[in-house]
Each structure stands twice: as C-alpha cells, then as structure tokens.
Design a protein around this ligand. Structure first.
Ligand code: ASP
Ligand code: MG
Length: 408
C-alpha cells in the first residue's frame, strides 16, 4: 500500500471517454489499497482555446484576468473526473487550487508555489476518498487566482507529492517515457529506463516537452521519485532519479533536445564599458522576462554587440524594451529574429568525455548548418541555429552520438 500522486495530462483527459478510462485506471490502484491523489490538466487544446479567446480581445491582457480565464480549463476536468469516479463507486471529491490552499506568489501566468495546506487532503484520504486536484493553479495571498505557467500541472503534482511525502509521483501522459530525443523527429529514438534529475532538467528546459522543468527541479530538490508513464499502454515508463546505473556512465551523450520556443535579440554597437550587460538586461528582467542564452563579444573600437534569447511569447515585449534601451545607451540598433531553434546534446557522461563539443560542431558543419550561438554547461552543449534546420540537426546528432535503438 502506497501513497501515490498521479497526474494525468491534457491528452489523457481529452474526451469524456478518456476521462472515464482514467477513472477506471485510478480505481484499480484504489482497489489495490493505495491512497491516490490525482492532479489533472485541462482537456487537450482547452488552454490554447482559452488563450485564443483572450487573444481575440486583447494582445496584452492583464495577467490577473488571464489567470481567471485559464484556470477554468482544469476546473472542468476535476469535476468530470470526480463524477466519473463516483459513478464507478470510487468515492471522490474535486478541489480547485484555491480550495486546497495552493498558495503562490503573485506573478500572474508564471506564479510559484509557496505553501500548500494539506489538512483537507489528508482528512479526505483518511476517509477513503480519491482526491482530485486542479493542476496549474493556485491563489496568491490576496486570493487572486494564479497559474503556474504552461505545463504547470506537473509542478502541482510534484509539489503535492513533496508535501504529502508520497511514495511516488507518477506523471501519466501520451508518451510512454522519456526518449533520447523526440520520436516524432527520429524514428529510432529510444526510451530510457532511468534518467537523472540533472539530465531531465536540461532535457525539459530544452523543450523535450515531456515534463515541465520546474516540476523536475522541485522533484530533485525534495527528492520526490518521479516517473513518466503512458496513460494508454502498460509499461514502467522512465524513472527520474538522483543517480543512474553504472552502465550508463559509459555514454557521453544521453539525449538530443531541441526547442523552437525561443527568439533571439541583438543590440548592435553598444559602448563597451563596465555595467553595460546589466543596463541591457535589467529592464528586461524588470518586465519579468526570462533570458536564456547570452553572448557578448569583445568589442573593437570600444563598441560591442550583445545577443540573448528569450521565450518566443515574450519576444514582442522584449523587443520593445530593447528598442528603448537602444535609444538610452546610444547604441546603433536593436534587432530580433524569432525563426531560430536551439538544439542541445545532454549527458552526465560528458563530464568524463573530452571532445564532445568538437564532434557536435563537426557533425553540424558537415550538414552545412550554421551555428549562431553556443552555450555550454558541465552536462550540456547548446547551439542556436536557423529554425528550418532543426530536424536535420537533431537527426544527425542523434545518429552521430549512437543514440538510436539499434546501436544501444
Ligand atoms: N493546462 C495547462 C497547459 O496547457 C497546464 C498543464 O497542462 O499542465 O499548459
Ligand atoms: Mg500539458
């Protein structure tokens, strides 16, 4: 008998038939004697539909109102799933984020969880109920509804697993685990039995859309065993842990990730003096815009160019902030390009293997792919390239680093 937190994503609850199928699955665990807390996403496509509704009214809606709107998606699912569970004699109760006191900060549309009061959940679990909690949402100190950022239901699930000290946090989704790369791009991509939190953070942040990065960070921090599984077929999925088995240490690269969600901004001809980087980026971060990669060259003739990437959804705002900065600093011009993609190779094994970066650059150059930006960490190397080459780059790297199922 275990305490499990299970999260079912949008596709798994995409229709009422699927919701009923999920209910049956949950009942099996319950009949087995497990206690289960369920977290659900909005039905697939719903969050996008809500976003486009708001988009047809305003280009820049207030975060507060956007959150009131977006949180309705999950509210629909929790009610339907609880009804489905009750119908098959598996007593259940649904809760919104506010009702179970998932307290967050007030950063609308990207709020962070600060506290969860689990008393009510425990009472319900003790009474034998299946508790169904809306993912992706919380309330701030003033009881304003907040949301946690796209894919935020994963974070809700991990946070609940952490505070409840659950035995495992299981993320049920439309894929059966974490792959060496996106199987839609590379047929021979292989499911990994295990991956480390560190690697998964890199894979997730780079756009291997299996799990929200914040969820993995959270899980790593609180050491919550996290498993990604399919809600449609049986299997053990991929376990995300602190350490992998020995045999994996032989491998330099564990996976190839890519991300089309970024845009590149460049400010040209800025004075090359101390403090310039902060003068450029401060106004960006003041707007709550996250910056990912940053490149600055040593300048000739006391001027330099400064390039960075932001999330594509922040591109317009970032560009207008940068235009202002450009005027203020007397720089030559601010430019932007949203047709870029980031491709990365990831692996804890890189720490003990030399020449991985060189090989990556050679492989790309052999395909005539131009590298626009490079960044590295101990366990990852990322490049920014023209978006139209992303699939070619991923396929080539996947085979160059022997990641395919046949060679594994
Ligand atoms: N419904 C939200 C989204 O689509 C949250 C989630 O699915 O995790 O991003
Ligand atoms: Mg989702």
């Amino acid at each position: 008998m275990a305490l499990l937190v299970q999260k079912y994503g949008g596709t798994s609850v995409g229709t009422t038939e699927r919701i009923e199928a999920v209910a049956k699955k949950i009942k099996k665990f319950k009949d087995n004697g497990d206690d289960v807390v369920i977290v659900v996403s909005a039905m697939s496509g719903e969050t996008n539909r809500l976003l486009s509704l708001s988009g047809s009214i305003s280009d820049e809606p207030e975060g507060r109102e956007l959150d009131v709107l977006l949180s309705t998606g999950e509210q629909v699912t929790i009610a339907l799933l609880s009804m489905a569970l009750n119908k098959i004699s598996c007593p259940s109760k649904s809760y919104t984020g506010g009702q179970v006191s998932i307290r967050t900060d007030n950063a609308h549309t990207k709020a962070r969880i600060v506290d969860i009061d689990v008393r009510k959940l425990r009472e319900d679990l003790d009474a034998g109920l299946v508790v169904v909690v809306a993912g992706f949402q919380g309330v701030d100190a003033e009881k304003n509804i907040t949301t946690l950022g796209r894919g935020g239901s994963d974070t809700t699930a991990v946070a609940l697993a952490a505070v409840l000290e659950a035995d495992e946090c299981q993320i049920y989704t439309d894929v059966d685990g974490v792959y060496t790369t996106d199987p839609r791009v590379v047929d021979s991509a292989r499911r990994m039995d295990e991956i480390t939190f560190e690697e998964m953070i890199e894979m997730a942040s780079l756009g291997s859309k299996v799990l929200q990065i914040r969820a993995v960070e959270f899980a790593g921090k609180y050491n919550v065993p996290l498993r990604v599984l399919s809600s449609f077929k049986d299997g053990s999925g991929t376990l995300i842990t602190v350490d992998r088995g020995n045999e994996m240490e032989q491998v330099a690269v564990s996976g190839v990730a890519f991300n089309r969600d970024e845009a590149k901004l460049t400010i040209v001809g800025v004075p090359d003096i101390p403090g310039i980087a902060s003068k450029i980026l401060r106004p960006i971060s003041d707007q709550n815009i996250e910056v990912d990669m940053i490149v600055q060259n040593v300048g000739l003739d006391k001027k330099t160019d400064f390039t960075f990437t932001v999330h594509r959804s922040d591109y317009k705002r970032a560009k207008s902030v940068l235009d202002e900065v450009c005027k203020k600093l007397g720089a030559e011009k601010a430019m932007g390009d949203s047709n870029i993609a980031k491709v990365s190779i990831v692996g804890v094994g890189m720490r003990s293997h030399a020449g991985v970066a060189t090989k990556m650059f050679e492989v790309l150059s052999d395909e005539g792919i131009n590298i626009q930006m490079i960044s590295t960490s101990e366990i990852k190397i990322s490049v920014v390239i023209d978006e139209k080459y992303v699939e070619l780059a991923v396929r080539t790297l996947h085979s160059a680093f022997d990641l395919s199922a046949e060679t594994a």
